[in-house]
Design a protein around this ligand. Structure first.
Ligand code: PXL
Length: 283
């Protein structure tokens, strides 16, 4: 039996509306990975389309969490950050990466801050500058196109995209520091949508696309990122892991569309877990 892998997931916990930790924890756990959680904020729902949500910022807890984990001599095969609850958390998360980085472990940053050409209302433009610094410490970054354009200072364009634009974003993101980049929301025509994966060291770029489903569903970036990390930690390479994550996310969206669920409520990723486990060769 190989040693069980362990992840530290640094995201918010939104009580309702399936995203961040309520998605990362079940997916990674189902994939056999021990998942320690460091909540960055506690909300009653995510911020996408709901009003009146509660918001408890946990900035003051992050360093004490990390210090306690350090005192226990905990080691992580991956650190996975997503939605951060305040501007200060960008630097604190960077310090946590420095503390827990080891040869061979993976720092995966999902620079959650924007979508559809716009920064989320709760973030200021300086947040994008701080996020770029955090991405410089990552081994892998997984932005959507809006986040990518903010990080590299290219104008945001709505799709369908020219390959040249996607490849430019990938290369400029690699220049920030991470060896690998996965760009979500990539599409070249109206029929297919998925992700582009780039490895700066080998120079390889691949496009992993699936049939496109209309509509914007909340939390899909977190479903994608969690499945991608689950596959990487189960020893799939970047291209294979991206393919698995695209397939899993698309199937989750398809079930949600068929059920006519409110798009703010998140996607039905749960009923895809048995299939994901098969693809990860765990079942
Ligand atoms: O899925 C990204 C995300 C995570 N957490 C919170 C959010 C969002 C996107 O809006 O609001 C609280």
């Amino acid at each position: 039996m190989p040693r069980q892998k362990r992840v530290a997931a640094i995201h918010d916990i939104s009580g309702f509306g399936k995203c961040s930790l309520t998605v990362a924890l079940p997916i990674l756990s189902a994939a056999g990975i021990e998942t320690a959680v460091m909540p960055t904020a506690v909300l009653s729902t995510h911020t996408g389309g709901f009003t009146g949500y509660t918001y408890r910022d946990l900035t003051g807890d992050l360093r004490p969490f990390a210090q306690h984990w350090k005192s226990l001599n905990l080691k992580f095969d991956a650190l996975y950050s997503g939605f951060l609850g305040s501007f200060e958390q960008l630097d604190i998360t960077g310090e946590i990466f420095d503390d827990f980085k080891e040869a061979g472990n993976i720092i995966l940053v999902d620079p959650v801050m924007a979508d559809n050409g716009e920064l989320y209302k709760i973030f200021s433009p300086e947040f994008a500058v701080g996020m770029k610094k955090l991405c410089a410490k990552a081994d892998i970054v997984i932005p959507n196109i809006t986040e990518a354009s903010l990080l590299v200072g290219e104008p945001y364009r709505p799709g369908p995209y020219a390959k040249g634009y996607i490849d430019l974003l990938l290369k400029k993101l690699g220049d920030i520091g991470p060896r690998q980049v996965v760009l979500t929301g990539t599409f070249f025509d109206e029929k297919e949508l998925g992700a582009a994966a780039y490895d700066r060291e080998t120079g390889s770029i691949s496009y992993l696309l699936a049939d496109r489903i209309d509509g914007y569903y909340h939390g899909t970036g977190d479903v994608f990122g969690s499945a991608l990390l689950a596959a990487l930690l189960n020893n799939f390479d970047l291209q294979q892991a991206t393919k698995i994550a695209v397939g899993y996310t698309t199937a989750s969206i398809r079930r949600t569309l068929a059920a006519k669920t409110d798009i703010r409520f998140g996607v039905d990723f749960e009923n895809g877990i048995p299939q994901l486990i098969k693809e990860l060769k765990l079942g």
